[in-house]
Design a binder for this molecule. Structure first.
Ligand SMILES: C[S@@+](CC[C@H](N)C(=O)[O-])C[C@H]1O[C@@H](n2cnc3c(N)ncnc32)[C@H](O)[C@@H]1O
Length: 225
């Protein structure tokens, strides 16, 4: 085992993601790119084995370099989403740094993750609300969420598990998730409200616009889900 000094430094976003990976779990780092998370998970001893996966060869080469000190504790897979894994090959799945739409498509394409055995750690780069809504509607439960500030903005690091209990959450819940009370929660809510207002400006008047206006009013009144 390399000394802990050689383990890469993770920013707040990836550090929060790593915290949701279960100790002893076999993890997949989907869209691993630079490979820092994969390297950290094995280098820190949190995971005995990690699959570093990426759609493109160049990022995967970067990950190979970052993970070289850890030998066969990191396996590399080239391809899209979860197609590169067999059901049961991993226990924990991290998908970080992609838009919500891509994350949803990756999960949709792998029905085997609709199973409580898998611990999902999702860090959408955009459209957090859309991902929260999709998870609830598809029967996933958000077990935890951590706000992380990185590269000048707030990220929501989500920990989800399939529970087979689909439901349609409120707009306020989709917007704010579980972050109330965390450091940065008010700033995060303001960031989310700003995006919602921008979305509203592109909407014609009508029932959808009325719904968005009502949600903006709730946020501005200081409500939390
Ligand atoms: C912005 S980087 C994120 C890197 C790292 N996960 C992080 O959060 O810092 C996005 C990576 O996802 C990869 N990617 C995009 N779509 C993918 C897909 N469908 N399957 C696997 N990897 C994908 C890209 O090639 C790129 O390396």
């Amino acid at each position: 085992m390399p000394s802990s000094k050689s383990v890469p430094h993770l920013d707040a976003r990836l550090s929060a993601a790593a915290e949701f990976v279960r100790p002893g779990g076999i993890a997949a780092d989907i869209g691993c790119d630079h490979g820092k998370l994969s390297a950290w998970l094995v280098g820190s001893g949190r995971c005995p084995l990690v699959f570093a996966c990426d759609l493109r060869p160049d990022p995967l080469s970067k990950a190979r370099r970052a993970c070289a000190p850890y030998g066969d504790k990191v396996q590399f897979r080239l391809g899209s989403g979860l197609e590169v894994l067999r059901p049961g090959e991993v226990t924990d799945i991290v998908i970080a740094g992609m838009g919500a739409q891509t994350i949803m498509e990756i999960l949709e394409a792998a029905p085997w993750v609709f199973d409580p055995a898998y611990n999902l750690v999702l860090v959408p780069a955009t459209k957090h609300s859309l991902l929260r809504r999709w998870l609830a509607v598809k029967g996933f439960t958000l077990q935890g969420e951590t706000l992380a500030h990185a590269a000048g903005r707030w990220y929501a690091v989500m920990n989800a598990r399939y529970t087979g209990n689909p439901h349609t959450p409120t707009g306020l819940w989709c917007l704010c998730g579980l972050v109330q009370g965390q450091p940065g929660a008010e700033e995060y809510r303001a960031q989310q409200a700003g995006k919602l207002k921008k979305y509203r400006r592109g909407l014609p008047d009508g029932p959808e616009a009325d719904g968005v206006d009502a949600l903006i009013a709730e946020v501005e009144a200081g409500k939390w889900p």
